[in-house]
Design a protein around this ligand. Sequence first.
Ligand SMILES: *Cc1c(COP(=O)(O)O)cnc(C)c1O
Length: 468
Amino acid sequence: MSDISSDLTLFNELVEVLMKEEELHPVADRIEAEELYSTIDLSLQSAGMVDEQFKSVLKEVLVSTPKTATNLFFNQLFGGRQSKAVLGDLLAVLLNNSMYTYKVAGPQVGIEQEIIRQSCNLIGYGSKSNGTFPTGGSMSNYMALVMARDAKDPNSQRKGMTQPMVVYTSIESHYSNAKNASFAGIGRDNIRYIASDAEGKMIPSKLEEQIQKDIKDGLVPTYVNATAGTTVLGAFDPIHEIADITEKYGIWLHVDGAYCGSVIFSDKYKHLVSGVERSDSFSYNAHKMLGTPLTCSIILVKDKKHLYESFSNDADYLYQTDGDNFNLGKTSFQCGRRNDALKFWTLWKSVGTDGLQQIVDQQFDLANVALKYIRSNSDYTLYSFDDSISICFNYKDIDPTELCTALYENQITVVGFGAFKGETFVRLVTINANNEAVDILNFFKVMEEFVEKHPNLKRIAEHVSEEV
Ligand SMILES: *Cc1c(COP(=O)(O)O)cnc(C)c1O
């Protein structure tokens, strides 16, 4: 029934369709959500679909699926396409290993471990360190929290929560922290959201005040989640000052670098995570700044014993050969686990650490192009800061919510909005390292032309009320 070589021929044909489509229509033809099922035949039926029809449905799906690799996609914290990483991911699909044992994954185990070892070296974790590839940054935060909980109270693994634990993160941190507190049995009400300063960075003195208050109230401070690249502004929490506090009170420090932790590859920008070597765990998403296909998230742990203590479980039917160091299922959350390492390894192997540095630096260069443009044009208001690849602005006081939605619905460009301290703005993410300066300037051009043609776009509310 299945013939891989003819399907690969079809695959190549479809790839060509997609590449041409990306060039001609960098923003996909959009189907209204309500009209989706009546526009494309997505139905599953008792009879199979024959070749030509099948192919044409696949083409339709490809053409109308949002194009995240093009030079007009700025909506999310990923974008573009590193082709050597795509190659690795395609091979991973064909090989179809599961990463739990050496018996089943063989050299892929070494590939994953080499990435982890090199990453640990880059951040200055010592010889006891190791890590794993969770399903994403949210899961990395979760694993860190569980290790922190178990380190504080080893009984919690058997008995459930026996101590009134509290955890800390900044008000600007990723929303997974709230869910994770719930999953880990700590409870959403026991997260303390620490205020951030004018640039979106956690204020260490506020953190310490809160910890002291909680201790006085008989609570058990357990975990601090600091962010390297906050989701909206791309701000970096001050790790050294936070580590001074976590070390003083014996609290686990996790640095969530899902967005911008990949600065560890750049000589120029790694100072932004200075102090990370003092953390207990650190995570970064290669599918964000490094441009690998989704998902590729790495968590590093300074002392690997915590990974074993929280995540290993005996399973006679699984672990039968080769020993713990090669059976990666002993330190993962999942049982069956996709090979997310190979795509990162093919990229890293082919461009070298120097190439990864260039990928990171390019994003900051593009951000600087955008910053310079905005600063030199009085129709713009800037809300973001230096050393960030999230460029936040408003144009001619147009309501950013309405502007972004209109740009998307008219297939001009795909960009999102965010908010910080009560201001809402367009958030242009310069994470696609395939882009050049001209692509960033083109973004402003197509947006300005669109605004020109649509003079009735709503202005920002407070200005509207002033006019009324
Ligand atoms: C994207 C992001 C996450 C979540 O990562 P996923 O891989 O999407 O689960 C967590 N933290 C930060 C700061 C992020 O930007």
